[in-house]
Ligand binder design. Structure first.
Ligand code: 26Q
Length: 833
């Protein structure tokens, strides 16, 4: 055949491939083809692993065609685009979610059963993509799902860490960290894109060169360069033909090794540069608060910001040439906390140094395209970088930051004439023995939008941490209460409840969670309640099976499943939870057990490897568990288990089986929380403080369906100066007994003194988390929980009402608000009907 004709057909077929079948038969065909022809396995070598591989290839083909169509549709619509820049994307597993969103869930199930295997056992072979610490990283993943479901042109930019969040093992009650080499078996969900490789520069110095009209032009020279190689991950919307992109950067050395040194016999030296370069994406930092000053972390942050912006700007230039007049109208950058905030000076640098733009024009573009989301109020968590580190690593960026600051401080001086103290307070550069760059201030000054992640959090930002900036620019500040995707966190993780909901109110709720409100009337229907209860019991059984395997503790299915899973942090007060368990244990020991409601308490979460107190709290939980679970007096009535290696996939089994969700942070400290929302969607009741999104959860479900306790944020601050935990303990018989058990080493008989730091923290008048202050109120609320649980019908009614009232906490609602208030994007459908 003539090559010309072949070529023409080939081109046409690239744009106009016939769609792959979405029916069971097409899928089974492909599955068999990949299993036997591509992987070379047969009926004598059935394996879950190869079954998984074959299934992924079949599903992936169907993602690919939609992915391409989505890109074409965005291009054709000349659509505005938003970029979600984040050092973390906590994606978890992909197969089940991809099958659900493509509408292939039943077909995949049947295909696997043709091979005599179970879908679940195949899915279990997939590692979690654990490229994040906790809430902030998982929020980014939920947001991507919602953007694709709302058909918004949004691309995630992140890091392809070779090692994700460490695997947590518990040995002798203590946390041991193991590396998470999640890519070892390969990652079938990513597509390497070497053609879009970018070069990121570090170090060196600035040389000023004469340019035309007497202008000086900076040249950044003698740099150490690192290549950024993108890997694209498809992000399917819910059954709508859209597949968006998550682009993850991997660092790669510019040269394999230094040949000169290699030839001179200096082998280790010859590969040193390669190692330094590739270190950048080697491992995720496992801290969920800023560990300040670590140079590698700043390298990571700049690497992400620079590679992403270069990629975006290069694409713009490819289409529009050097005309940037519409750039600001067409692009938005959402900064996930300050971690990617180097993007502000980096965009300035690219526009000025690489594209010849003048300051004012570059600043107009930068400050109308950047938007910043804050995720914490804790002052110690705010990012600061020593100016010296910046000067060494990113000299040109520091120059630009100084210039941004100078112009900004002039504005401050105009607004508060003569008030130099105000200038010092608001300066992007914090003066002192070691001057620092304040990344949050850089992000605020460089952005047109600054948001918190729950109503209380946003209010506290404008009243406290950022009040000066709020006074200057009130219009910049806004709230975007977090949400979670109902696809993963209800439809996928809780098929039984999903089926019951769909049977009752139809299937529209998955893409429109407001429909869940239609469930509320059924709370009064005894037959429905009984079905609801049966689903919860079935989910409790599944959860208990996991717990017995992973913790070696048998949970009683009649008991309240009382769960706190999240990062271990003093402000989250896992300690308060343990004190309550000790109190219940003490009651049983004393025979104070009339109407005792059986309770099984599960606590799970990782501690930052360098966080001493958090690790000691894990040890306490495990030691208390060992005593409580082995004492015959607790039989059938009280259990405590610590779940090792809490992660996205674990939550998928936990949320459906939980009765009681513990959201017990010191008020004013938890920015939002998102686990609280997952539990609520799955019909758990919340025991919680007036903190973060708990407040909004309570508003939505009604105070009668929420167990409130503790001081409010205002009361916490008001009480601080006169806080006297020793007096509180003395006045509270229950707390006194709990403290005595701890002091008498009931939980550390052979480990003297190990819990002294915890005892000291509780009794310290300066305890920032005021654990003792809320103990009484917490125990009383738990007593109300226990009583409520004894009335099965009433509890079930409340459970239904929680799910029914959870629609506000869909990340679809959150993203719709980001879009209408910040991004202003138009939805684009790739389906040409
Ligand atoms: C910063 C610099 C150096 C090293 C690490 C970090 C770092 C990394 C991760 C700092 C913070 C984080 C993560 C913070 C986080 O997860 N915050 C949570 O965000 C959720 C989503 O908005 C909220 O629901 C939680 O309340 C908040 O704690």
């Amino acid at each position: 055949m003539d090559i010309k004709i072949l070529q023409k057909n080939f081109d046409a077929s690239l744009t106009d491939l016939p769609p792959l079948g979405m029916d069971v038969h097409s899928l089974v065909e492909d599955f068999r083809h990949y299993y036997s022809h591509t992987l070379g396995r047969d009926r004598n070598s059935r394996s879950a692993y190869y079954g998984y591989q074959a299934l992924v290839m079949s599903v992936r083909d169907r993602l690919m065609e939609r992915w391409q169509k989505t890109r074409y549709a965005y291009d054709a619509a000349d659509a505005s685009h938003a970029y979600y820049l984040s050092l973390e994307f906590l994606m978890g597993r992909t197969l089940g979610n991809a099958a659900l969103n493509l509408g292939l869930d039943e077909a995949t199930d049947l295909a696997v059963r043709c091979l005599g295997m179970e879908l679940e056992e195949l899915a279990e072979t997939e590692n979690d993509a654990g490229l994040g610490n906790g809430g902030l990283g998982r929020l980014a993943a939920c947001f991507l799902d919602s953007c694709a479901t709302l058909q918004l042109p949004v691309t995630g930019y992140g890091m392809r860490y070779e090692y994700g969040m460490f695997r947590q093992i518990i040995a002798a009650g203590e946390q041991v960290e193991e590396p998470d080499h999640w890519l070892r078996k390969g990652n079938p969900w990513e597509l390497e894109r070497p053609e879009y490789t970018q070069r990121v520069r570090f170090g060196g110095r600035i040389e000023w060169q004469h340019a035309d009209r007497g202008k000086q032009r900076p040249r950044w020279v003698e740099t150490q360069d690192v290549l950024a190689v993108p890997y694209d991950v498809p992000v399917p919307g819910y059954r709508n033909g859209t597949v968006n992109t998550l682009r993850l950067w991997q660092a790669s050395a510019t040269d394999e090794f230094n040949l000169g040194e290699f030839n001179a016999g200096l082998y280790p030296e010859s590969v040193a540069a390669k190692n330094t370069a590739e270190q950048i994406t080697l491992v995720l930092y496992p801290n969920d608060t800023s560990e300040n000053g670590k140079e590698l972390r700043l390298r990571q942050q700049y690497f992400l910001a620079s590679a992403s912006l270069q990629d975006i700007v290069a694409r713009w230039v490819g289409i529009h040439g050097h005309d940037f007049s519409r750039f600001a109208a067409k692009n938005r950058f959402q900064l996930n906390d300050t971690h990617p905030s180097c993007a502000v000076p980096e965009l300035m640098r690219l526009l000025m140094d690489e594209h010849d733009m003048r300051w004012d024009e570059a600043w107009e573009i930068t400050s109308t395209t950047m938007a910043y989301t804050n995720h914490t109020l804790l002052p110690e968590a705010l990012e600061r970088w020593p100016v010296t580190t910046f000067a060494r690593l990113l000299p040109r960026l520091l120059d630009i930051i100084y210039e941004i600051n100078a112009r900004f401080l002039a504005e401050v001086a105009q607004r508060w004439p003569g008030d130099t103290a105000q200038q010092r307070r608001m300066s992007i550069i914090e003066e002192g023995a070691i001057p620092h760059v304040r990344m949050a201030y850089l992000a605020i000054v460089g952005s047109f939008s600054v948001n918190g992640v729950a109503a209380l959090h946003s209010q506290l930002l404008t009243e406290g941490l950022f009040s000066n900036f709020f006074a200057l620019w009130p219009e910049k500040f806004n709230n975007k209460t977090n949400g979670v995707t109902p696809r993963r966190w209800l439809a996928l993780c809780n098929p039984q409840l999903s089926n019951l909901i769909t049977e009752t109110i139809g299937e529209g709720w998955v893409a429109d969670l407001s429909r869940l409100a239609d469930l509320a009337p059924y709370a009064e229907d005894p037959a429905f309640r009984s079905r609801w209860r049966a689903v919860k019991q079935a989910n409790k059984l599944l959860m208990a099976q996991m717990i017995v395997v992973d913790c070696g503790v048998a949970f009683n299915l009649e008991a309240i499943f009382d769960v706190q899973v999240k990062r271990i942090h003093e402000y989250k007060r896992q300690l308060l939870n343990v004190l309550h368990v000790i109190h219940l244990y003490d009651r049983l020991k004393r025979g104070d057990d009339v109407n005792f409601t059986p309770r099984c308490v599960l606590i799970g979460g990782k501690a930052a490897p360098g966080y001493f107190m958090a690790k000691r709290i894990i040890k306490l939980i495990n030691n208390v568990a060992a005593v409580v679970n082995n004492d015959p007096v607790t039989a059938g009535r009280l259990r405590l288990a610590f779940l090792p290696n809490y992660r996205v996939t674990a939550m998928e089994a936990i949320a459906p089986g939980t009765d009681l969700s513990e959201q017990i942070s010191t008020a004013g400290k938890e920015a939002s929380g998102t686990g609280n929302m997952k539990f609520m969607m799955n019909g758990a009741l919340t025991i919680g403080t007036l903190d973060g999104a708990n407040i909004e959860i309570r508003e939505e479900v009604g105070e009668e369906n929420f167990f409130l306790f503790g001081l409010s944020a205002a009361e916490v601050e008001e009480m601080r100066s006169r806080y006297d935990p020793v007096a509180i303990i003395a006045a509270d018989e229950d707390l006194r007994r709990v403290m005595q058990l701890l002091e008498n080493a009931q939980f550390n008989q052979f480990e003297p003194g190990i819990f002294d730091p915890i005892l000291n923290a509780i009794t310290n008048a300066d305890d920032p988390w005021m654990t003792a202050a809320d103990f009484r109120s917490y125990v009383d609320a738990q007593q109300r929980v226990a009583e409520a649980y004894r009335n099965e019908e009433h509890w079930t009614r409340m459970s239904i009402l929680n799910t029914a009232a959870s629609s506000r906490f869909s990340s679809d609602r959150t993203i719709a608000e980001y879009n209408s208030d910040i991004w202003g994007l138009e939805a684009v459908s790739p389906v040409t009907v």
